[in-house]
Design a protein around this ligand. Structure first.
Ligand code: BTN
Length: 336
């Protein structure tokens, strides 16, 4: 994103700006100032002001003397208008909140969900100052290059089934990366998405629940899309990377958001109608961890053994050299 546009990310367009873009897109050709002013019911001077505002957002609009205006290209900014354009989902993205910067989209989404935000509400930030990672780590969230997104879901499932939704979001991210960047992905237990063995995305779900029922789940999704090498801190514990570094090409963040929301919507529908089994199957296929010898480190222990499965609560089952089987709920896995 160009420097001058940065402060604009997160604001939305006025309804006249939006209708003007619709007119350009519907026509796909030159639209005269007169046509625009009739269509939008504003003066020619106002049309010119809106053209200038759209250009400031990064829309490349050509003015052709005595003919009119033509939209040549749209910016890759994460604003509701751009995300909603062409989005054909039934739940995910029905309500979209884009922020120029926030502490953590998971925290914002959690507060909104507590205040009753509807299922499918999506919170996206252009940058996070306190992005939350797994095991209390920070999720590095520089401005304008990646996707930091949280989705509110309200499934009628018991709290112990909530990890199904981690499977679901991991599969959705893996599919979206493959669709938009043609890169092959793998899932690493519990919830990392890898390309060429390097982590390009992480998931962190938060939940509000009572004993028997979930009030809501926040799917927190961080995807390193166009992050360059120098934007990674030197001390990143895991070999981290981005779609750009692995694929050699920038990805349009808007296209990625469209693909991700479409996959989330499809998989959530599948989950509600057919249960977790098809998603778990795809997750296991992409994970390929069963049978591998691994070391799992958590804050207070480290153990090495062979993975025999993932149980119904999402825990990793590890056969130790002495034949005992251990259940591991969290930690970092290293395949030996
Ligand atoms: C991990 O450590 O692998 C999980 C990282 C999850 C990061 C995402 S970015 C969007 C959402 N908001 C947060 O604060 N965290 C998640």
């Amino acid at each position: 994103m160009r420097e001058g546009m940065r402060h604009l990310a997160g604001q939305n367009l006025t309804s006249i700006d939006q209708r003007m873009l619709e007119a350009f897109r519907a026509e796909g050709k030159v639209v005269s100032g007169e046509e625009l002013s009739t269509l939008l019911n504003v003066s020619r001077t106002a049309i010119w002001k809106h053209i200038k505002a759209l250009r400031a957002f990064g829309y490349n609009i050509e003015a052709l003397p005595s003919q009119g205006y033509r939209l040549l290209s749209s910016p890759d900014i994460l604003i509701p208008t751009e995300i909603q354009a062409g989005l054909a989902t039934s739940r995910a993205g029905k309500n979209i909140i884009c922020l120029p910067e926030t502490d953590s989209t998971n925290l914002v989404a959690f507060r909104l969900a507590e205040d009753g935000a509807e299922e499918g509400t999506v919170v996206i930030a252009d940058a996070q100052s306190r992005g939350k990672g797994r095991l209390g780590r920070e999720w590095v969230s520089p401005r304008g290059v990646n996707l930091y997104c949280s989705v509110i879901l309200r499934p009628s499932i018991p709290p112990f089934s909530a990890f199904h939704l981690t499977f679901l979001s991991a599969v959705a991210v893996a599919r979206a990366v493959e669709r938009t960047a043609s890169l092959s992905t793998r899932i690493k237990w519990p919830n990392d998405i890898l390309v060429n063995g390097r982590k390009i995305a992480g998931l962190l779900n938060d939940m509000s629940a009572e004993t028997e029922k979930i009030n809501f789940v926040i799917l927190g999704i961080g995807v390193n899309l166009n992050m360059r090498r120098e934007q990674f801190p030197g001390d990143l514990r895991h070999p981290a990377s981005s779609v750009l570094l692995e694929g050699g090409k920038e990805v349009r963040r808007i296209s990625f958001v469209h693909a991700l929301l479409a996959e989330l919507d499809f998989l959530y529908d599948l989950y509600l109608t057919e249960g977790e089994s098809p998603i778990r199957k795809e997750w296991l296929d992409r994970c390929r961890i069963i049978g591998q010898t691994v070391t799992v480190s958590s804050r207070d222990a480290e153990l090495t053994g062979t993975v025999t499965g993932v149980d119904e609560s999402g825990a990793l089952l590890i056969r130790l050299p002495d034949g005992r089987e251990e259940r591991v709920l969290s930690g970092d896995v290293k395949i030996l």
